[in-house]
Design a protein around this ligand. Structure first.
Ligand code: XLS
Ligand code: NI
Ligand code: NI
Length: 444
C-alpha cells in the first residue's frame, strides 16, 4: 500500500442529514434510504470520472497546471506514475463511498512507444485496477477509448479520411472494450471526440457518416463476439473540439442509429452541459432519449448560463437535476447507467480536499433532486394534468385520426359540417413551475 494522498480527509464521508454543518458529510445522499422502491445508491449509481479528477492538473489553453497531481509531473517512469495515480484514485473512491468510476484507456495507462506497448500497458494497469476493485468493491460504470488526444486523431478517428487511422482506432477500441468487459463494466461509451469537421471545404460528409456507421457496427459485433452484456452508449455533443460534431444531440443520434440500423444495439449517455451547448436543456435531452427508448446513462455536470463552452462544473442546480430525474423515473429509472461526474474542479481549487467538496456537493444535489422527482411522480401532480390535457385523443375523433382512419377530406367535412370552433385552454405553466419550486423546498 502506498502512503495516503488525501491526508486531510481521514474518515469516510458519511450521511449526516440536512441539518449537519459538517462540510465533509452528505446532507442528502443517504445510500441505503429507499426511494420509490429502490435504494438511493441503486437509483443513482454515482461514478467518479478518472480523467478530470486524476488525469488533469488544471491546465487550460491559457495556462499551466495549478492542481496538486504529483503523478502527472514529467520525468518519472510513466507506469510507476500510473500506479501512484490509481492508488490515489481508489483511496478517493473509498473515502467518498462512491460505487463506480469511469475511465478512458489513456487515463489509467500511458500511451506506449508502439501500439503493442500501449496495449501491454493497458492490460497491466487493468490488472492493477482489478485488484483495487476487488479490495474496495468499487465497480466500473463504463470504459471508453480516448480517440481524440493524440495528433493522429486530429481529423477524427472513425471519420478520418485515412483508413489507417480508422484501423488504429478500431484496434484501440477492441483493446479497451475487452478491458472494460474484463473489469465487469456496466457500459461502454463512445464520445465522438473529433468525429466531425472543421470545414466542409475539405470534408466528404456522406462518406464520413458511412464510416462512422461501419465503425459502430464493428463495435457492436465485437461486443457480441466476446459476450459483453453491458450497453454500448453514444454520448451526444454538438461541437467542441470540432466546429461541428456528427453526434450533435439526441435527435441527431437517433436518426443516425435508425439510418444505420443500430437502434436496438446502442443507447445514449446524456451529458447535462452538452444538452445546453446544443441549445436544449437537460430536461429536453433526457425526455427525448426516454421517448425514443434510448436512455442509457448520465454525465452529470453543469454549464454556465453565459459561457458557450464545456465548462464541466459540478452540478449545483437541484431544480435542473429534478426535472431530468423526473423524466428518468417516469421512464422506469436507470438500468445499466448511472450518474457519472464528468466534471472538473475550478483551477483555483487547490486543496486536495476540494475534490471531496466538489463530489459531495454534486452527490447531494442529485440525491436531493431524486427525492423531489420521486415525490412529484408519486403525487401525480404533472401526470394528472397531462392526462387531462390530452384527453381528447382518447375520444372517437382522436383515436380515429391516430389510427389513420381520417383523411384530410374527412377532417374537412367533419369541421365544416359541425362548424366547430375549438377554444384554447390554459397551459398553466407558471402554476406548474411553482409546484416544482414547492417540492424543491419541501422534500426532506
Ligand atoms: C467531453 C466528453 C467526454 C466523454 C468521455 O466533452 O464529455 O468527457 O464523457 O470521452
Ligand atoms: Ni462526458
Ligand atoms: Ni463533456
Amino acid at each position: 500500500m502506498s502512503a495516503p494522498f488525501f491526508t486531510d480527509v481521514t474518515e469516510p464521508i458519511a450521511y449526516e442529514g440536512a441539518g449537519s454543518d459538517n462540510p465533509l458529510a452528505f446532507r442528502w445522499y443517504d445510500p441505503d434510504r429507499v426511494v420509490a422502491g429502490r435504494r438511493m445508491h441503486d437509483h443513482l449509481r454515482f461514478s467518479v470520472a478518472y480523467w478530470h479528477s486524476f488525469n488533469w492538473n488544471g491546465f487550460d489553453v491559457f495556462g499551466d497546471g495549478t492542481l496538486d497531481r504529483p503523478w502527472l509531473e514529467s520525468g518519472a517512469d510513466p507506469m510507476a506514475q500510473a500506479r501512484t495515480k490509481m492508488a490515489a484514485a481508489f483511496e478517493f473512491f473509498d473515502k467518498l463511498g462512491v460505487g463506480f468510476f469511469c475511465f478512458h484507456d489513456r487515463d489509467i495507462a500511458p500511451e506506449g512507444a508502439s501500439f503493442k506497448q500501449s496495449c501491454a500497458f493497458l492490460h497491466e494497469m487493468a490488472d492493477a485496477a482489478a485488484e483495487h476493485m476487488e479490495r474496495s468493491g468499487v465497480g466500473l460504470l463504463w470504459g471508453t477509448a480516448n480517440l481524440f488526444f493524440h495528433p493522429r486523431y486530429a481529423a477524427g478517428a472513425a471519420t478520418n479520411p485515412d483508413p489507417e487511422v480508422f484501423a488504429y482506432a478500431a484496434a484501440q477500441v477492441r483493446a479497451c472494450l475487452e478491458v472494460t468487459h474484463r473489469l465487469g463494466g456496466a457500459n461502454y461509451v463512445l464520445w465522438g471526440g473529433r468525429e466531425g469537421y472543421e470545414t466542409l471545404l475539405n470534408t466528404d460528409l456522406q462518406r464520413e457518416l458511412d464510416q462512422l456507421g461501419r465503425f459502430l457496427h464493428l463495435v457492436v459485433e465485437h461486443k457480441h463476439r466476446i459476450g459483453f452484456d453491458g450497453a454500448i452508449l453514444i454520448e451526444p455533443k454538438p461541437f467542441e473540439p470540432t466546429k461541428h460534431q456528427y453526434d450533435f444531440d439526441v435527435a441527431a443520434v437517433h436518426a443516425f442509429l435508425q439510418r444505420y440500423d443500430l437502434v436496438d444495439e446502442v443507447k445514449l449517455n446524456i451529458e447535462v452541459n452538452h444538452a445546453t451547448l446544443a441549445g436544449h436543456d437537460f430536461h429536453h435531452e433526457v425526455a427525448a432519449a426516454v421517448a425514443a427508448g434510448l436512455l442509457g446513462s448520465v454525465d452529470a455536470n453543469a454549464g454556465d448560463d453565459r459561457l458557450g463552452w464545456d465548462v464541466d462544473r459540478f452540478p449545483v442546480s437541484v431544480e435542473q437535476m429534478s426535472l431530468g430525474l423526473y423524466e428518468i423515473l417516469r421512464g422506469g429509472g436507470l438500468t445499466t447507467g448511472g450518474f457519472n461526474f464528468d466534471a472538473k474542479l475550478r483551477r483555483q481549487s487547490l486543496h486536495r480536499s476540494d475534490l471531496f467538496h466538489a463530489h459531495i456537493g454534486g452527490m447531494d444535489t442529485v440525491a436531493h433532486a431524486l427525492l423531489v422527482a420521486a415525490e412529484m411522480l408519486a403525487d401525480g401532480v404533472f401526470e394528472r394534468g397531462r392526462a387531462q390535457r390530452y384527453r381528447g385523443w382518447d375520444g372517437e375523433l382522436g383515436r380515429g385520426i391516430l389510427a389513420g382512419d381520417r383523411s384530410l377530406q374527412d377532417l374537412h367535412a367533419y369541421v365544416s359540417s359541425r362548424d366547430t370552433s375549438p377554444q384554447p385552454v390554459s397551459g398553466r405553466q407558471e402554476a406548474l413551475e411553482n409546484l416544482v419550486a414547492r417540492y424543491v423546498h419541501q422534500v426532506r
